[in-house]
Structure formats: structure tokens, C-alpha cells
Design a protein around this ligand. Structure first.
Ligand code: DLZ
Length: 193
């Protein structure tokens, strides 16, 4: 029986894709299984390990900028002779953002997954960060033409966050859905170009 939640499944071959994952480091105990779930599904769809680039930023508020720069960096590297590969990026702990400029031609990443966990507190921080992150990530994907998967949980409690990361066998790991969405959108972006 199919679930009422989530998209009707489709199968897509990710073997020719390059996918980035950018995650915030707030609430890392929830972030880690979400990133692992996304990676697991990327690999299951055939994306090569060397074509999966993982980078981090401090919090969810920084995700739009970090994703935008990762896309720009990959575009420059794909058009510059002798520039670092995805594997080089993976090996390095940080990207030298200051050495990069935007506006290069073709894109090297087929999709980026932005992962963050926002847990509502007693102040208005949650609302402002969730609003900025969601609007910023939508803007980045429309401005760059590279699909950005919205992997930002906006939850009211630690328990809700853990259930959406499949922690302790409860709930469902939404990171897996984000991995599948990245492959589908990466494939369709090429088809629709
Ligand atoms: C400040 C803040 C707060 C209160 N809560 C979260 C959160 O639940 N999840 C998250 O990813 N980031 C949080 N942050 C940090 C902001 O996203 C951002 O990193 C800082 O305000 C610095 O710009």
C-alpha cells in the first residue's frame, strides 16, 4: 500500500551526476544522520562517491550563501584548466571562498542538497532564520538554474527533529528523500536543458 506522505516514487540513474551536500552545524546530532541518509540514497541511485561533495557552514542562515558559492566555485573549476576536482574539494575541509568569483559558464553540480535543522526556541530567531533560509535557497536555485533540495527541518522540539532523522528507529529519515529528490532533479535538469 502506498503512503499518503511523500512523492510517488520514480527511479532515476544518478551515475552521471555530481551532487553537493551543504549542511549547517547547529544540532549536529540530527544533521549527521540526515546527511548520511541523503548520501546513502545518492549512492543507491548510482552516484559515484567521488562525485558527492560535502561541505558545511555554521547555521541554517548561512546555507543560501554557502550553496551559492559552492555552485559558483564548481562552475569556475569546471571551466578552468588545472583547477581542483570534486575529489579535491571533498578532501579539503573548507573552500577558499575569497578566491572565487561568480558568473562562470556551465555548471558542474547537477543538484545541491541544503541540510539544516531549526528547532523553535523562545525567541523569534526561528521564524527569521527559517524565512531567510527558505527564500534564500529558492532564490539560489532560480538564479543559478541548479536545483537546490530543501533539506531544512523546521520543528518545534528535539523529539520532532529526531523522528524526522529516523533516530532511535523512530519516524523516517528525511535525508533519504532529499537524496532521491536530488537525483531526480539532477537528471531532469539535464533533460529539460
Ligand atoms: C542563532 C541560531 C539559532 C537560535 N538556532 C539555530 C537553529 O536551530 N538551527 C540552525 O541551523 N541555526 C541556528 N542559529 C544560527 C543561525 O543559523 C546563524 O548561524 C547565526 O545567526 C549566525 O549568522
Amino acid at each position: 500500500m502506498s503512503s499518503l506522505k511523500g512523492p510517488t516514487p520514480q527511479q532515476h540513474d544518478g551515475s552521471g551526476l555530481r551532487i553537493g551536500i551543504v549542511h549547517a552545524r547547529w544540532n549536529e546530532s540530527v544533521i549527521a544522520p540526515l546527511v548520511a541518509g541523503a548520501k546513502k540514497k545518492l549512492l543507491a541511485c548510482g552516484v559515484k562517491e567521488s562525485n558527492i561533495v560535502v561541505q558545511s557552514c555554521p547555521g541554517s542562515f548561512e546555507l543560501p550563501f554557502a550553496v551559492q558559492r559552492l555552485i559558483s566555485a564548481s562552475q569556475i573549476q569546471s571551466t578552468s584548466a588545472g583547477a581542483p576536482s570534486a575529489t579535491d574539494l571533498l578532501a579539503s575541509s573548507t573552500i577558499d571562498l575569497t578566491s572565487l568569483s561568480s558568473g562562470a559558464a556551465s555548471g558542474a553540480f547537477d543538484a545541491i542538497i541544503a541540510v539544516g535543522v531549526l528547532i523553535k526556541g523562545e525567541t523569534m530567531h526561528f521564524e527569521y532564520i527559517a524565512d531567510a533560509a527558505s527564500h534564500g535557497l529558492m532564490r539560489v536555485q532560480l538564479d543559478t538554474g541548479i536545483p537546490v533540495i530543501f533539506g531544512v527541518l523546521t520543528v518545534l522540539s528535539d523529539e520532532q527533529a529526531q523522528a524526522r532523522a529516523g533516530i532511535n528507529g523512530k519516524g523516517h529519515n528525511h535525508g533519504e528523500d532529499w537524496g532521491l529528490a536530488a537525483v531526480e532533479m539532477g537528471v531532469k535538469r539535464r533533460e529539460w536543458t
